[in-house]
Write a protein that binds this ligand. Structure first.
Ligand code: ADP
Ligand code: F6P
Length: 322
């Protein structure tokens, strides 16, 4: 029997484009004759029964808004078997027969647990980190990268004016994607990422070389998960006489906010629509994904089994072009 009532939630770290995905789920679901419900504050709202009907009107004007109108949360209880069963009970109480979970790898693990309990779920990758496997891009990555790029350009202006070396820390948890891409498109003397441990001594050589060559600044991009970490790197460089004064900028949560780019709006819209199509086809336990330029789907189990690997060619390019 065809399903009639579905729900949508955004979970984990917010990412620009999540609203566009919610809009696509609500509008395409409604167009197919479904009743669509929004779950506020992710698994926390699910456990509290914070679930409300959404109409096309409720999502009007949100396609270009950052953050998520459904809000998001992290919830420890949902990681337990008991929490998951309580969540399932809430969904049954509301007569919900399928759900779209938009979020990062943790959120997708939560979705997988519901699928394993027999509840129809489709995941959509939403995280600025681009650490989710089996998809070329996640919702929010492109916007975050554009934000980082703008910050880099601004920092270079002041770095050159004062002849300084800047360490710029970018987000990404244990994944170096944002840092690596930022170094390729924004230019940096060196990028430090979790995937490739580095020696602090190398940095002194790079800075001295830049100074001797007459460069008027030196930019290092460090991913927050890199080893050694940001603090160690800054302290180490300040102890050495490297020609340049050293300054640190941690971009932090400003990378998560802001209006989604055209790319993210389109990606989120296509993914949201495809997620609803899959639920209507009776598919469950899959994540919508981007493969090349196509929007398709892949088992959530595979997507969360490992961190998305960096492209070796990009790593090589970063070395050649720095
Ligand atoms: P993200 O989705 O951005 O990776 P988290 O890793 O914090 O963010 O996960 C978001 C939420 O997903 C967690 O707070 C928790 O409620 C749920 N979650 C994470 N891992 C699991 C798991 N193994 N099983 C069930 N739920 C999980
Ligand atoms: O997963 C997205 C992300 O922004 C990571 O890049 C970062 O490590 C983490 O979330 C920060 O989480 P919080 O918002 O809880 O500080």
């Amino acid at each position: 029997m065809a399903i009639k009532r579905i729900a949508v939630m955004t979970s984990g770290g917010d990412a620009p484009g999540m609203n566009a995905a919610v809009r696509a789920v609500v509008r395409s679901g409604t167009a197919k004759g479904l009743e669509v419900y929004g779950i506020r504050q992710a698994y926390t709202g699910l456990l509290n029964g914070d679930i409300e009907r959404m109409t096309s009107r409720d999502v009007s004007g949100i396609i270009g808004e950052g953050g998520t109108i459904l809000q998001t949360a992290r919830n420890e209880e949902f990681k337990t078997d008991k929490g998951q069963k309580r969540g399932l009970r809430r969904l049954n109480e509301h007569g919900i027969e399928g759900m779209v979970v938009i979020g990062g790898d943790g959120s997708l693990r939560g979705a997988l647990s519901l699928h394993r309990l027999g509840f129809p779920v489709i995941g959509a990758p939403g995280s600025i980190d681009n650490d989710i496997s089996n998809t070329d891009m996640s919702i929010g990555v492109d916007t975050a990268l554009n934000t980082i790029l703008e910050a880099l350009d601004r920092i270079r202006d002041t770095a050159s004016s004062h002849e300084r070396a800047f360490i710029i820390e970018v987000m990404g948890r244990k994944c170096g994607y944002l840092a690596l891409m930022a170094s390729l498109i924004g230019g940096a003397e060196k990028v430090m990422i979790p995937e490739e441990p580095f020696e602090l001594g190398e940095l002194v050589e790079i800075i001295e070389d830049a100074y001797i060559k007459g460069k008027n600044h030196c930019i290092f991009i460090i991913a927050e998960g890199a080893q050694p970490g940001t603090r160690e790197t800054v302290d180490f460089l300040r102890k050495h006489d490297i020609g340049f004064e050293v300054r640190l900028t941690v971009l932090g949560h400003l990378q998560r906010g802001g209006r989604p780019t055209a790319f993210d709006r389109l990606l989120a819209t296509r993914m949201g629509v495809h997620a609803v199509e899959l639920l209507l086809e009776g598919v469950s336990g899959e994540m919508v994904c981007m493969a090349g330029s196509a929007i398709t789907h892949t088992p959530i189990e595979e997507a969360v089994s490992k961190q998305r690997a960096l492209n070796p060619r990009d790593l090589e390019l970063a070395k050649i072009l720095s």
